[in-house]
Ligand binder design. Structure first.
Ligand SMILES: [Zn+2]
Length: 246
């Protein structure tokens, strides 16, 4: 009993300390872009927030595949919808690099908040059954220590109050860098690169797949193909950035 009481006290103290540090960060932090005091999020002030180079979701009805230039540049894909926050431009490219290579995790919560806000405006939320994230191969995960897609997907799902399974997908095939490869080469390299740890339930018909960046769509497409073999009917890919076709 004593142990339980101590454990409860410790947990309460930890949450109070976390809340205290969160207030401190909000009070003393600076906007990443201009140095002014941030309001809604510790990383960015409202003026810079309004000036971010976001896609106009209303024009494309929350789906970049409705944009002919994007649709043409992504042939042979197996996902049905594409929801991205921004082209691969500043400040998103810098933030993505900081998250991926410098472990700046607070960037992931900003991405999740921005994605959730924009997603809610598309009114697609009600039809989603499950959120998944693109996994890293174990060797890459061990090297980096974390999966940036998971760090974005988890708070994104929490804000939308949708179920998330962070470890449902596994990357079983280690690939070399895909930079410079053609779409066909990428697809060949990615064939059978992913598996599901356990089958999804029959109720899962619409999956949202989260990643940091979408370039050729090969990775997301390979996972979508796998999911559709297991009974999933619709896959929506959600990423922070889209590398627009040249
Ligand atoms: Zn600012």
């Amino acid at each position: 009993m004593e142990w339980l009481a101590l454990s409860k006290l410790k947990n309460n103290c930890q949450s109070q300390v976390q809340a205290y540090y969160q207030r401190l960060r909000l009070t003393f932090s600076q906007c990443d872009l201009c140095g002014n005091a941030p309001q809604q999020h510790p990383l960015i002030c409202s003026a810079c927030l309004a000036d971010l180079p976001l896609f106009k979701q209303i024009i494309i009805q929350g789906d970049l595949l409705n944009w002919p230039a994007v649709n043409r540049s992504l042939p042979n894909i197996h996902f049905d919808h594409l929801f991205c926050l921004s082209p691969y431009l500043a400040p998103f490219n810098h933030w993505l690099s900081q998250l991926k290579y410098q472990g700046r995790f607070e960037v992931a919560s900003l991405f999740a908040a921005l994605l959730a806000k924009k997603w809610q405006q598309t009114q697609l939320t009600s039809s989603v059954d499950l959120i998944l994230s693109v996994p890293l191969h174990i060797s890459k995960w061990q090297l980096r220590g974390y999966n940036q897609a998971h760090l974005i997907a988890k708070p994104f799902s929490q804000q939308l109050q949708l179920p998330y399974q962070g470890s449902a997908l596994t990357r079983v095939k280690k690939n070399t860098s895909q930079v410079g490869q053609t779409g066909k080469q990428r697809r060949n390299n990615l064939a059978n690169a992913f598996t599901l740890r356990q089958p999804l339930t029959n109720e899962v018909k619409h999956v949202v797949l989260v990643d940091d960046v979408l370039t050729t769509g090969s990775t997301a497409s390979e996972i979508s193909k796998l999911l559709k073999c297991t009974g999933v009917e619709k896959v929506t890919v959600v990423t922070v950035c889209l590398t627009l076709p040249k």
